[in-house]
Design a protein around this ligand. Structure first.
Ligand SMILES: [Fe+2]
Ligand SMILES: [Fe+2]
Length: 483
């Protein structure tokens, strides 16, 4: 079987895997021939795509990490917020994953807008347990990991669904309410004597970042457990690859670009590396385009997550991209990204309508011309008006004359005036809310703390991965990705 996006499905194609739906009122069984009605329904409900089976892909079998009944029971348990059922599901997820022949979570999930939170919770538990297994955690902690995963967003059910699914930018009040959900989740489980303390900590801290910039407490990496770090990273991964009413999905490889870019800042490095081993950047049954111009299907994995074994569509030739002989062949795109004509895959989450109406002004300040050009290059695909300047003083003078841009990306070490001083001057000019991202090659705790004194939105280490920078810029302009 292979995965096709909703827009690529055609009547007559044979479904290669069951599709589950909210309340299970709509479910398509493996083997069914798609009709135009089924396809329109899947598209209208936000399903990303479906697995189909055809002559190109009939030998590709993607192993389900958990059984269909474990999945549906898990979704129902989350939906009903039934602690007894949740505990059983958490154990069942561990039991199912232990039976996998190869610990590799290849399945693109098939879910609609409607059951996002429920389905997301089960997915996060699956990813988290798989990562914890790979990292060698003992059985007892695997169960705790699973419990934390399945319970982490229970508190979202206390938040108005219209805020959760709002397609537009959230107001400050709405975002503040979203940020209460780890506390709400914790409140639901805190008195449950069957849940161990590490589970409760992971749940309340699942939005904390390595550098202390997360919520609700602003704890740093050293203050939270490994379970919490795993939960945090896989939670963001699952959010990135999912289509939501307010954002398009990232391809897995793009999501990993983001996670790797955030290593040591948002995410724990070992956790991200373990994720790369068990969650393939190019899952089995994914269509890719090669630098040779040929289209191919991913048929097996290798030690390098970015260089799988593929089979060409046109002559069925097998190519192991991880062999030296094929070193000059690259995967240039995944159909996932290339068919998205809105360009939204990399935009993550900002209010596209508003951006289209008027490009946002982003000021880039860096004394190194090369650095400036790299930042400009990374942001050039998006619809921004970029204002490159080479010193803090130039930035201050520009703002005095023209007013503030929508965002400033500021280098720190500059010869005449350092970035933190420049920002502090700009703040003193009355621009208290102007979002600032510091971009620097210095990754020290002192520097992070210094940046915090001037209320920086973000702190990014150079050299930065373009996908990570674009995503962080989108978040600085609109934090709703983090909902
Ligand atoms: Fe959450
Ligand atoms: Fe979550």
């Amino acid at each position: 079987m292979r995965f096709l996006l909703s827009q690529e499905l055609e009547p007559g194609m044979i479904l290669g895997r069951d599709i589950v739906s909210p309340g299970h009122s709509f479910m398509l069984k493996k083997g069914v021939a798609l009709t135009s009605d089924y396809i329109s329904y899947l598209r209208s409900r936000g399903y990303l795509g479906a697995y189909i089976t055809d002559s190109d892909s009939e030998d590709i079998n993607v192993e389900d990490p958990i059984s269909f009944s474990t999945l549906t029971e898990g979704i129902t348990a989350v939906q009903n917020c039934d602690m007894e059922e949740l505990m059983m599901s958490a154990r069942q997820i561990v039991a199912d994953l232990s039976k996998m022949k190869q610990l590799s979570i290849d399945i693109f999930d098939l879910r609609s807008f409607d059951d996002y939170t429920y389905h997301h919770s089960v997915n996060v538990a699956v990813y988290a347990v798989a990562v914890a297994m790979y990292m060698g955690l003992p059985e007892e902690e695997l169960v705790q990991m699973s419990q934390a995963g399945i319970c982490h967003d229970l508190g979202k059910q206390r938040i108005d669904i219209d805020i959760i699914n709002k397609p537009d930018k959230l107001t400050d009040e709405e975002y503040a309410e979203i940020k209460n959900h780890p506390q709400y989740s914790y409140d639901i489980i805190k008195d449950n004597i069957e849940l161990a303390a590490p589970v409760k900590q992971a749940v309340i801290c699942h939005h904390e970042n390595e550098n202390g910039s997360g919520y609700p407490f602003g704890k740093e990496g050293s203050e939270v457990s490994l379970l919490t770090k795993i939960l945090h990273a896989v939670d963001v991964y699952d959010a990135l690859i999912t289509r939501r009413p307010y954002k398009e999905p990232c391809a897995p490889v793009e999501a990993f670009e983001y996670l790797i870019g955030g290593e040591g800042i948002l995410f724990n490095e070992e956790v991200v590396e373990a994720m790369r081993k068990v969650i393939p950047a190019y899952p089995l049954g994914t269509e890719v385009k090669l630098s040779t111009g040929e289209k191919a299907l991913v048929v097996a994995h290798t030690d390098d997550p970015l260089r799988p074994i593929v089979r060409l569509f046109h002559d069925k030739c097998i190519i192991n991209l991880n062999k030296d002989i094929n070193a000059d062949i690259e995967i240039v795109s995944e159909h996932f990204a290339s068919t998205d004509n809105t360009g939204a895959v990399e935009r993550l989450n900002e209010d596209r309508q508003a951006v289209k109406a008027k490009p946002l002004d982003i000021m880039l300040v860096d004394d190194s011309l090369l650095s400036l050009q790299q930042t400009e290059g990374a942001l050039s695909e998006d619809n921004y008006h970029l204002i490159p300047l080479q010193s803090g003083l130039a930035a201050i003078n520009y703002i005095k004359k023209n007013g503030a841009p929508d965002l400033v990306i500021m280098d720190i070490e500059m010869p005449t005036m350092d970035g933190v001083t420049a920002v502090s001057t700009i703040r003193n000019m009355g621009y208290d809310d102007l979002p600032i991202i510091f971009l620097t090659s210095k990754n020290t705790r002192e520097m992070v703390l210094k940046c915090r004194t001037v209320n920086a939105k973000d702190y990014i280490i150079k050299p930065v991965r373009p996908a990570y920078l674009r995503a962080r810029v989108a978040i600085a302009l609109d934090a709703s990705l983090e909902r």
